[in-house]
Write a protein that binds this ligand. Structure first.
Ligand code: M6R
Length: 608
């Protein structure tokens, strides 16, 4: 949700600012802007629309200088427009700010600042910040930022510059991510690692209310009272290629294709045919597990959908009651979390505001908390009692793919681990599950090799207004994710339905030509699903089936069947989702959608 960058060094700041923003565009792409200090003056260039609009309009003379800040916006307050774009500047001076987050008391502050003679030209919450800093400015930018931020309620990651202190960049975060990159003679700030990975791998991870003052002597981390905080340098280990498309049309297609490796890497250190499942990073004794009376899995969007899959596996294998909930709902409903609860938060970014808030609330009541994420050093990973990292690596496309499958894999392993601890796992089931999970990467590749066939099938969907996904059991949980994928990148309305639930109302929407995607990976529910397919077919639906290659079907009730390899049925959905991701991808591609930058969305939702 908005990306911010900053540069202090001996090179032209705008080069890094633009490059860094291009790597953060997945966080928002409504507008982009930079501000650079040059000869004691702050020059701002900002434009509505994609970053390309900014770069086309970057007048060399205006944006020269070696200290600067930049922003790519996902609009919250005020429409995407030049005026609402960041950076924002004080009406009384040149204190200039980029901001990621939401200032909740901005109306009250705006009113108060108006009373002090400040003027406002944008509709944003951010504009109060440079004005407040100006109000407190008495010759020390750091002090003014400390005082101003004391009055802010909400979340913020800020980069601040001023022509009055041209050799200084001040930054701070609270509930919005911010890192500091340490280069040779240059220092960077950024909302996320992809922005700086090609410049440095040495970073500081900032905690809430830690201030950074960057000068020619480097970056100093200070608390609000000016005390210097000594920080360990965190080494980024991931590959620079992760932030590049590597020959694919889009990050989404690249990441879909990375799944065999991501899943294999996630399994590698934890599962083999003969050894105990390795949960060194979340080691529990039988007694520890017996103390847990309920598991809550809380997350948003695709991560929530991964949680749904996880709950199916945990309840089936470990027989522990699981509640799965959406973080933004859970946090306001007085959930029944106690010190006997295990709360699992799932998050690809590790920064999602609602998920982080749930984690904090649950810690307060003494629940044991576990994070499953792929971002080392993210807020959620740092604040949870335990963290399990998936090996998905960074995910850049807004539509989550490999983060989902690897989260599901981790939860399946956890379900097996719990089941073994509780003495519920039989030898036969253990063997079957291990074999199936270890085969997943290979089976996923088989689906990827069918991309052309799936692309053809996608032609059936491109002109649709509504699509229905039907499944039962684990397939129903999978349908929910498949449906979200289609919606978010192709803008086709879709709904996921439990096969048996359809006739309780929604079947009224099925008419001649309505597209229904029916999942048949759960053998024990196959006949029930076939009945549901017959019911929609009888009402004119056109049905695309996802079925095992050896499943003998009455082809007359399907308009098309995508065949997938069979695996132990609980594990099969992890393979089936690849076909559904590709179906969504090619549908969006056929429609000419901007797949990596779907409208109105951003990758990392760091505001409520
Ligand atoms: O970073 P998180 O995993 O916490 O993000 C949660 C959702 O915002 C995210 O999964 C979103 O639903 C994806 N864009 C879906 O593809």
């Amino acid at each position: 949700m908005c990306g911010i960058v900053g540069y202090f060094g001996d090179k032209t700041a705008k080069n890094f600012l633009v490059d860094g923003l291009s790597k953060l565009e997945y966080r928002g792409y409504d507008s982009a802007g930079i501000a650079v200090v040059n000869e004691g003056k702050v020059n701002i260039v900002k434009h509505k629309g994609r970053l390309a609009n900014l770069t086309e309009n970057l007048d060399g003379n205006k944006a020269e200088g070696t200290v600067g800040i930049g922003h790519t916006r996902w609009a919250t307050h005020g429409e995407p427009s030049d005026i609402n774009s960041h950076p924002h500047q004080s009406s009384k001076g040149d204190i200039t700010v980029v901001h990621n987050g939401i200032i909740e008391n901005y109306l009250e502050l705006r009113q108060w600042l108006k009373g002090q003679g400040y003027e406002f030209i944008s509709q944003t919450d951010t504009e109060v910040i440079p004005n407040l800093i100006h109000y407190y400015y008495k010759g020390d930018l750091f002090q003014a930022v400390v005082k101003a931020t004391e009055r802010l309620e909400g979340s913020y990651a800020l980069g601040v510059i001023s022509g009055q202190e041209p050799d200084k960049l001040v930054a701070v975060r609270k509930d919005s991510p911010l890192i500091v990159g340490l280069g040779q003679g240059e220092t960077f700030i950024a909302s996320d690692i992809p922005a700086i990975i090609s410049y440095t791998r040495d970073i500081y991870l900032l905690e809430d209310r830690e201030f950074v003052v960057i000068t020619k002597d480097g970056a100093k981390i200070l608390s609000g009272d000016g005390t210097e905080i000594k920080k360990d340098v965190f080494k980024v280990t991931w590959n620079e290629d992760a932030a590049e498309k590597g020959g694919y049309d889009s990050f989404m297609l690249k990441e879909i294709n990375e799944q065999p490796k991501a899943i294999k890497d996630t399994l590698a250190s934890r599962l083999s045919m003969n050894n105990d499942i390795n949960f060194e990073d979340f080691k529990l004794s039988k007694e520890d597990l017996d103390k847990i009376d309920r598991i809550f899995i809380v997350a948003c969007g695709t991560a929530y959908n991964a949680g749904l899959m996880g709950s199916v596996a945990i309840e089936k294998l470990a027989k522990i009651p699981v509640v799965v909930d959406i973080a933004s709902e859970f946090r306001y409903k007085d959930p029944l979390v106690t010190n006997k609860s295990l709360v699992i938060t799932l998050s690809q970014s590790g920064e999602t505001a609602d998920t982080l808030a749930v984690l904090r609330d649950c810690k307060k009541v003494g629940a044991r908390t576990l994070a499953i994420t792929n971002v080392v050093g993210s807020s959620i990973s740092r604040e949870a009692d335990n963290v399990i990292y998936t090996m998905a690596g960074p995910e850049i496309a807004v539509a989550s793919t490999k983060a989902y499958t690897t989260q599901v894999v981790v939860m399946y392993l956890m379900a097996m681990y719990f089941s073994e601890l509780r003495g519920l796992m039989t030898k036969e089931l253990d063997k079957e599950l291990r074999e199936a999970l270890l085969l997943v990467p290979e089976k996923v590749q088989i689906i990827l090799d069918k991309a052309n066939e799936i692309e053809e099938t996608a032609n059936l969907l491109a002109n649709e207004k509504d699509v229905f996904y039907l499944g039962r059991g684990a397939d129903y949980a999978l349908c929910i994710e498949a449906s979200l994928k289609l919606k978010e990148i192709s803008y086709i309305h879709s709904e996921a339905y439990a096969g048996g639930e359809l006739k309780h109302g929604t079947i009224a929407l099925i008419e001649k030509g309505t597209k229904v995607i029916a999942l048949l990976t759960q053998r024990s529910l196959r006949e029930k699903m076939i009945s549901n397919i017959v019911e929609v077919k009888a009402r004119g639906a056109e049905v695309i089936g996802i079925a095992y290659e050896n499943d003998v079907l009455d082809e007359s009730i399907f308009d098309k069947v995508i065949r997938i390899p069979e695996l132990y049925n609980l594990v099969s959905p992890i393979v089936a989702i690849i076909a559904l991701q590709l179906l969504a991808y090619y549908t969006a591609k056929n429609k000419g959608c901007d797949i990596d930058k779907p409208r109105n969305l951003a990758k990392s939702v760091t505001v409520e």
